[in-house]
Write a protein that binds this ligand. Structure first.
Ligand SMILES: C[S@@+](CC[C@H](N)C(=O)[O-])C[C@H]1O[C@@H](n2cnc3c(N)ncnc32)[C@H](O)[C@@H]1O
Length: 338
């Protein structure tokens, strides 16, 4: 007499995968992740800037801070990382509707949202925002380890050290960016890769500058605070204890906008046009310098000064508005070595 087969009370793998695929199709993704079998999640297109600067992780331990749907954690695993931890908490725990209602109340009252409320006011115990990560992890049969915690307050000794730390799209959310980089340094064994929103200020590349956003000027998000220029990003990483910092990649800078000719007497118009042209060609020159990588540090972490910033009109006082270069938002990636 043969032994009875155990009763199957779970669906066969193929049915289960079909069901997973259906839920994956329905989910609202942040990341676009290629899960194989022709299934690609419908999130933002992948960042060519991150792809260009993605480090060699084969055989290394990797921590992905601010993992969200986990695209870069899964990529590290696929690239042969020995161990991958995906850390997040904010977006995984966020009550989006509650936060949106609060923002609308603040806008109606003409006040800015409170920083503490943005950070902690709308976090739930449940993890609705981790659904995408969990679905992708299951579909990929991945071993990536999710950790739910706030990188800024958690016990870093318990988290441990990782050969490579990915810090993509998080720095500009930090009210204390230097403090965040110091914590990043504590958990980095070899290399931290920092991708961030940044500002390019034509003619001021050699100055270490950071733009502060009191409201939602950056990407229409009240939770975005600071965007550094390249020199400031290098300088902050060095101040946080990284020994060598390289700017590895950046998104293309938009071409400077042509200015409309101003109204007024013809001489004023001509000199305005000359100023605009000078500003545009400075923009073109510095965009060229950036794309040729000529903004690299002279010595590790040290920026050479090349002359003075854009000329200001004579006569003292505030520069003429037409002579002031406007900060241009773009994205930067730095490799910070321990
Ligand atoms: C703009 S998203 C970037 C997602 C992903 N790293 C990428 O580059 O595509 C920022 C992420 O950082 C997370 N984050 C923000 N502050 C954090 C903190 N203090 N600790 C852990 N994660 C945080 C957010 O929850 C969110 O998932």
């Amino acid at each position: 007499m043969g032994t009875a087969l155990p009763r199957r009370d779970f669906p066969p793998l193929s049915d289960h995968k079909d069901d997973l695929a259906r839920r994956i199709e329905e989910w609202h993704w942040f990341h676009s992740i290629d899960l194989g079998d022709g299934l690609v999640t419908k999130g933002h297109p992948p960042s060519p800037t991150i792809a260009e600067a993605f480090p060699d992780v084969a055989g290394r331990s990797v921590l992905d801070i601010g993992a969200w749907d986990g695209k870069y954690s899964f990529e590290a695993e696929r690239a042969g990382a020995g161990r991958v931890v995906a850390l997040d908490h904010y977006i995984w725990r966020l009550d989006h509707q509650g936060r949106q209602a609060y923002y609308e109340r603040c806008e109606a009252e003409g006040v800015l949202p409170d920083a503490e409320m943005i950070d902690r006011g709308f976090l739930m115990d449940a993890l609705p925002g981790r659904t995408g990560f969990d679905l992708a992890r299951e579909y990929l049969d991945s071993k990536v380890e999710p950790v739910v915690d706030d990188f800024m307050t958690m016990d870093l000794d318990r988290l441990g050290r990782f050969d490579v730390v990915l810090y993509f799209g998080v720095l500009y959310h930090m009210a204390d960016p230097l403090g965040a980089l110091r914590r990043l340094r504590q958990v980095t064994g070899e290399l931290a890769v920092i991708e961030t929103s940044a500002v390019h200020i034509p003619g001021y590349e050699d100055f270490s500058l950071t733009e502060f956003f009191a409201g939602n000027e950056l990407h229409a998000d009240y939770g975005n605070w600071f965007a550094p220029n390249g020199a400031a990003l290098v300088g902050m990483c060095r101040a946080a204890g990284f020994r060598r910092v390289e700017l590895k990649a950046h998104s293309p800078l938009p071409a400077p906008e042509p200015d409309p000719p101003p109204a007024g007497p013809s001489e004023a118009r001509r000199s305005e046009a000359r100023r605009s042209e000078a500003r545009r060609s400075e923009g073109r020159r510095s965009a060229r310098r950036l794309s040729e990588g000529r903004l690299s540090a002279g010595r590790p972490g040290r920026w050479r000064r090349r002359g003075r910033p854009s000329p200001e009109p004579t006569g003292g006082g505030a520069p003429h508005p037409a002579a002031r270069p406007a900060p241009v938002p773009y994205r930067l990636v730095a490799h910070a070595h321990v």
